[in-house]
Ligand binder design. Sequence first.
Ligand code: GRF
Length: 223
Amino acid sequence: MTAGPKTPRLAVLASGRGSNLQAIIDATADGRLDARVAGVFGDRPRALALERARDAGIEARGLRPRDFACRDDFDAALFAAVAAVEPDFIVCAGYMRLLGAAALEPWLGRIVNIHPSLLPDFKGLDTQARALEAGVGEHGASLHFVTADLDGGPVIAQARVPVLPGDDPDALAGRVLATEHPLMLATLQLLCAGRIRLRDSTVEFDGQPLQAPLQLASNHLRA
Ligand code: GRF
């Protein structure tokens, strides 16, 4: 699909495999998502995500944290590169480093992250193993606005999956990942259309405060 001058521009931050990034790239290419990926950035120059971006003809840059004196310097360089592609929104899609408050400040309300749990449950790493250990019947993924509070920003939307007998962390992670992609696309579509906004710490949907995260059902989000 051809991107016009008003097509929302996305910068994606990714550290690894980049399957969420690929879902975004594919959806912008075939018109399911009215946006364009303006650049992909990360903290691991050899990440598959950066390769996927280059394969699609998208600017990709990996910066190495060890080349910087401290985290704030790294974040400043990363966000300078991001700002240079003039994104409307920044999407963290498997970006595995903490982001500092100073770098985030100018982007609050325009930066989102996907996390493999039903937040506020299981913030941080190894969510599937911890969910299995806790014996929950349901797990899933959350799309939330990023704040300096790790995985603690206001949640926009969630997708739920059952935990099945015999699940191990990999099986559960695969089931969650399969639902992350439609969750990501449906949420970005609303964000890019201006239907989701962050006002103070509240998510607004079509101008009304969201009482609970939107829920993904049949690839669509419902209140
Ligand atoms: C996903 O599970 C995402 O929720 C988490 O990291 C993983 C990234 O997967 N933040 P991919 O790199 O998009 O394949």
